[in-house]
Design a protein around this ligand. Structure first.
Ligand code: FE2
Length: 389
């Protein structure tokens, strides 16, 4: 198969500029949206790096005013969004540039949503038709520039924000939260350490894999999911092994956007488990998905045997059956240094009684291929904690 291009433009699900060096087009993207004074929402770890100061120079040199906001946590909380809204208003900004990993993108999108709302953030949780409560006139445009390749939040219509009073991760949703412009510049991801590259890359894989496995009917998402997994199969290890490999970085950016586009079809138990582990114990989202991935595939196997076999054939794995996919995941995890058990990342048997009901109630659970119950989710946790596969 021919290798994929490393630059281009496309308009699905939103206008995307893709290619090394294209971060320089950020001022143009702002102008297209009428942004003349941007609040740049970013991760606290990025704000001190040359990458961030160079970004601010690029924006200002291009004739757009800007100031930074980085008071956000790894798993952003409601207060981070409130503080960002205050900063937006204080600086008289007219749009958001969300620059960073999933936390910065999710926080930036939520800040842009909340700038002109009278209701609290939690009134816009992704339940029933709550999104219709949003006053569209009170939202502001977002340009998203991801610096990791995993969450794909740059093409998502939701943000995951933790309610700090209950420690529950909530999905805040509105169709207009889809950023109006995206710049995928692989040069912005080259500074990412190998371990984070591995963990977020596995998040991208989990999005594709759970969307592929979801029983919902969404033929477009199904096609996107399987091609996204081909890119992960081909490029994730290369991106982990050599962070400066711009081709691998570029293809993982595309895989990440594909995963998040595909999971409109639904997620499943990998995310059901990962969300409470992250909210209660602070485990890394992508890493947690990666750890639980083979256990969830084995758990769901009876329902997705045919889909996994088809995937094995598309990836041209040596064993073209469901077992071949599970073996591939296990080998990939090992090759890129992912732990094998939840216990290895701090989830212990005594946590299961608290975490299992939260996983069952997670919004990802209804689209898991096999129906989840408290008993089988607890069993899945026990297997993933102890390494029983
Ligand atoms: Fe995820």
């Amino acid at each position: 198969m021919h290798e994929s291009p490393t630059s281009g433009n496309w308009n699905y699900p939103t206008p995307i500029r893709f290619g090394a060096g294209r971060i320089k087009e950020l001022p143009d993207a702002c102008r297209e949206l009428g942004i003349s004074n941007a609040l740049v929402v970013t991760d606290p770890t990025l704000v001190a790096l040359p990458l961030f100061s160079s970004l601010m120079e690029t924006i200002q040199f291009g004739g757009v005013n800007c100031s930074g906001f980085s008071d956000i946590q790894g798993n952003p909380i409601g207060k981070n969004v409130d503080d960002g809204v205050q900063a937006f208003k204080a600086g008289q900004h007219d749009g958001v540039i969300a620059f960073g990993g999933g936390s910065a993108l999710d926080a930036g999108k939520a800040i842009a949503l909340m700038v002109g709302q009278t209701r609290p953030l939690w009134d816009f949780e992704d339940r029933e038709d709550w999104w219709t409560r949003v006053d569209l006139a009170g939202t502001r445009p977002v340009v998203a520039v991801p610096t990791t390749s995993g969450t794909g939040s740059e093409v998502g219509r939701a943000s995951v924000i933790t309610d700090q009073t209950t420690h529950i991760k909530k999905i805040i949703f509105h169709p207009s939260m889809l950023p109006e412009r995206v710049i995928l510049d692989p040069e912005a991801t080259t500074g990412l350490p190998a371990a984070i590259t591995a963990a977020v890359g596995m998040d991208a894989l989990s999005h594709c894999l759970e969307a592929w496995s979801s029983p919902l009917y969404h033929p477009m998402a199904q096609g996107i999911a399987i091609e996204g997994m081909r890119l992960v199969h081909r490029w994730l290890k290369a991106a982990v092994d050599d962070g400066g490999d711009l081709t691998a970085r570029a293809q993982m950016q595309v895989a990440s956007t594909m995963g998040a586009t595909a999971f409109q079809k639904g997620l499943g138990a990998m995310h059901s488990i990962s969300h409470p582990c992250g909210a209660v114990l602070g485990t890394h989202h992508g890493l947690t998905n990666a750890v639980v991935m083979p256990y969830v595939l084995e758990f769901n196997r009876s329902e997705i045997d045919d889909k996994l076999s088809l995937l094995a054939r598309y990836l041209n794995l040596p064993d073209k059956s469901a077992s071949g996919v599970i073996d591939w995941v296990l080998r990939l995890r090992e090759d890129i240094g992912i732990a094998h058990t939840l216990a290895d990342i701090g989830v212990q048997p005594e946590h299961i009684d608290e975490l299992a009901p939260m996983a069952l109630a997670d919004p990802s659970s209804p689209t898991n291929p096999r129906e989840l119950t408290l008993a089988n989710v607890s069993g899945l946790f026990q297997d993933a904690v102890s390494g029983r596969l």
